[in-house]
Design a protein around this ligand. Structure first.
Ligand code: SF4
Length: 56
């Protein structure tokens, strides 16, 4: 029963971690500047906070 419940909840947990609620997401993964040479910040690709962050 426990594993069935976990299976049903998995999509919600994935969604939450993508939104940053799981604490595992990095800003860069959702940033408009995370391609090629668009961003040269040293914290890329693992920025937790960033003044240049822009959502895509
Ligand atoms: S601007 Fe900031 S959040 Fe965006 S890719 Fe560069 S370091 Fe990451």
């Amino acid at each position: 029963m426990g594993s069935l419940l976990r299976m049903l909840l998995a999509p919600f947990r994935a969604l939450f971690s993508r939104l940053g609620g799981g604490g595992g997401g990095y800003l860069c993964d959702r940033c408009k500047w995370d391609y090629g040479d668009a961003c040269r910040r040293p914290e890329r690709p693992n920025a937790r906070t960033c003044p240049d962050y822009k959502g895509r």
